[in-house]
Design a protein around this ligand. Structure first.
Ligand SMILES: [Zn+2]
Length: 153
């Protein structure tokens, strides 16, 4: 178990704005709210979505449960939180919801290690749908799809 604060996005927020918020939070994931449900979306999923302009995946793996009950912090509620993960299939539990972000407890420390990192995205200067993780760029500085110039930051 570990905790991480992630940007809370609206479903229709532009890709560039979402990336800016991930950079500011130093987090390679966001949480999207739809009604009473919350979903965690990683940077890779957001890049794929921008490339294809498909709708949000209805991935139950990414659903985060909202903690309902007496105020609990990660430190004070460790036992209760561990029991939650031991007895449910959820990988994410939301402890606190604010206007712009949420506090998420993850099933494993590895999940936070994968999320809590600097965000770098390479964007093609010819086509803003051509977006890549720097590790997926085949020729440095060159778009995988149209060979235009990439701007990575
Ligand atoms: Zn391109």
């Amino acid at each position: 178990m570990d905790q991480v604060r992630l940007p809370l996005i609206r479903g229709n927020e532009p890709f560039g704005a979402i990336v800016e918020r991930m950079r500011a939070a130093n987090a390679a994931a966001v949480v999207r709210r739809t009604g009473q449900r919350f979903y965690v979306h990683g940077l890779g999923e957001l890049l794929a979505r921008q490339q294809t302009r498909n709708g949000w995946a209805r991935d139950i793996q990414s659903e985060a449960s909202l903690w309902r009950g007496a105020p609990t912090t990660f430190e004070s509620g460790r036992g209760l939180l561990q029991t939650f993960f031991d007895t449910t299939a959820f990988n994410y539990l939301i402890l606190e919801v604010r206007d712009a972000d949420v506090l998420v407890v993850t099933r494993s420390e590895d999940m936070v290690r994968a999320i809590a990192r600097a965000v770098v995205v390479c964007t093609c200067q010819r086509n803003d749908r051509h977006v890549f993780d720097p590790t997926d760029v085949r020729t440095p500085g060159t778009c995988n799809q149209c060979f235009g110039s990439l701007n990575c930051n």
